[in-house]
Design a protein around this ligand. Structure first.
Ligand SMILES: [Zn+2]
Length: 480
């Protein structure tokens, strides 16, 4: 940590020059995560893990308000279970890792390390459901999953990652579909209100939907460099799993019927979204609600009489209501400390020195705007509370502005290509519904369909690609 003390911020790659390199610099230098000897898998360090814990706490409380119960399922799934739903196994086969030996013996049936747990939940639901009285079952598990990705990037795409996967089973299709959308709204709440990132909600196209789903709904976010990030998905399965897994129940008329299912998930990818959406050339910028440290106290001239005592008593006082850290390191200059905490994205920095103590004031510096404010010591708590709320709101507003600036409309392919090259972001364009056009657009522009948004607009009558009659308005974008 001591190297290049004076050039601290310069050690981070310029965000405009190389966004991808800037991103990994932040991950490593802000000590969110580190590379490991296991290829494609990261070690999440305390500062990164606390962000995840704050996401978990918030999301879990919202799940519980929605009647969700947490459970835990095995990490290993027998091959025969995975093979039961055809589309599902076809979709996941390329990225599944298998266990073939247990101890020293070859297994009779190989076991996959869960890439997702629809099959495991389904086989359990078939045991647990016999009558309509057993329904609905609304469960979730917080766990890890493994997908054999070829190209990986910390938090955004790791072979092993942490997530929650909700799995539910219902009496009617209507109830299941409502639950699917309800959980999508929980994700919107988490991402917008906790992470201060505006989302786009909509339907995935047939090509982009989850393997085995009837319908996949998504919440999409846009990074600072104008790339789309799928940040949470909620799937309606209809009876696609309940039939092969034999999840039957006796309905209210006494007849046997297959149940209706859903699943939904958010993951540690959200940490990547926070970094990529809010960060700048000074480093990480954390929304107060999710920041592991909301306020850092930096004593100035700590060797002078009374400074540390006052700083410590301020810490004790503030620590009752905020997540506070006091930087008592005596082997670093004040300038270094300021840079360091800016780089780590702490929303408010408090400077307290001999003169402040004499005048009964504190200097608060916001990470988002770098504005300084002198406040009376006795008002510190109120001022911090209101400043944190302002920062949270300001960070959301700033992203929302960028989102608007980076959303454009295209009626022709020429416009599409021009827009995405000159102002990378979301492109709204009409589509005929044919997968051939979706593929062609991807080939020519590098953009995938993000979703058919809930509030569809009518841009023109014709598909942007083939010129035939348009069926949907789709939002397109290059992705991470
Ligand atoms: Zn078309």
């Amino acid at each position: 940590m001591m190297e290049n003390k004076n050039n601290f911020v310069k050690e981070i790659t310029n965000i405009e020059e190389d966004f991808a390199k800037w991103y990994t610099d932040i991950v490593i230098k802000a000590e969110l995560a580190d590379y490991t000897d296991t290829k494609g898998c990261i070690a999440i360090k305390p500062y990164g893990y606390e962000i995840w814990e704050n996401i978990q706490k918030y999301a879990d409380s919202k799940f519980k308000e929605a009647g969700v119960k947490n459970v835990y399922m095995p990490v290993l799934i027998p091959e025969s279970l995975l093979n039961k739903e055809k589309d599902h196994i076809e979709g996941f086969a390329p990225e599944v890792a298998w266990v073939t030996i247990g101890g020293q013996e070859e297994l009779e049936e190989k076991l996959c390390i869960r890439p997702t747990s629809e099959t495991m939940f389904s086989t359990m639901f078939s045991k647990w459901v016999t009558s309509w009285r057993d329904l609905p079952i609304i469960t979730n598990q917080w766990c890890n999953v493994l997908r054999w990705e070829k190209e990986t990037r910390p938090f955004l795409r790791s072979r092993e990652f942490l997530w929650q996967e909700g799995h539910t089973v219902h009496e009617t299709s209507k109830e299941a579909e409502e639950l699917t959308l309800k959980m999508l709204d929980v994700y919107k709440d988490v991402i917008e209100n906790l992470l201060a990132i505006p989302v786009l909600q909509g339907n995935k196209t047939e090509k982009e939907k989850f393997s085995g789903a009837v319908n996949t709904y998504t919440v999409e976010t846009l990074t600072r460099d104008g790339r789309a990030l799928q940040s949470g998905t909620s799937h309606y399965f209809g009876q696609n799993f309940t039939k092969p897994f034999d999840i039957k129940f006796q309905n209210r008329e006494g007849k046997e019927e297959y149940a209706y299912q859903t699943s939904w998930g958010i993951s540690t990818r959200l940490i990547g979204a926070v970094i990529m959406t809010h960060g700048d050339n000074r480093g990480l910028k954390l929304p107060p609600k999710v920041a592991p440290i909301q306020v850092v106290i930096v004593p100035i001239a700590g060797h002078k009489e009374g400074v540390l005592e006052k700083a410590n008593s301020l810490f004790t006082e503030l620590n009752k209501n905020f997540r506070v850290h006091i930087d008592n390191r005596d082997n670093y200059s004040t300038g270094y400390k300021f840079n360091d905490w800016e780089m780590r994205g702490v929303p408010i920095r408090i400077e307290i020195g001999p003169r402040d103590i004499e005048n009964g004031v504190l200097t608060l510096t916001r990470r988002d705007t770098l504005e300084k404010k002198e406040v009376k010591m006795e008002n510190a708590e109120k001022e911090i509370e209101s400043l944190l709320a302002q920062i949270q709101q300001n960070m959301f507003n700033e992203c929302n502005e960028r989102l608007k600036e980076r959303t454009t409309v295209a009626a022709t392919m020429d416009e599409f290509i021009k827009n995405i090259n000159e102002n990378q972001g979301y492109i709204k364009a009409m589509w005929c519904g044919d997968v051939a056009c979706e593929d062609k657009i991807k080939e020519e522009t590098g953009a995938h369909s993000r979703c058919i948004p809930f509030n569809e607009e009518h841009i023109s009558d014709k598909c942007v690609c083939c010129g035939k009659e348009a069926k949907y308005m789709v939002v397109w974008g290059r992705q991470y």
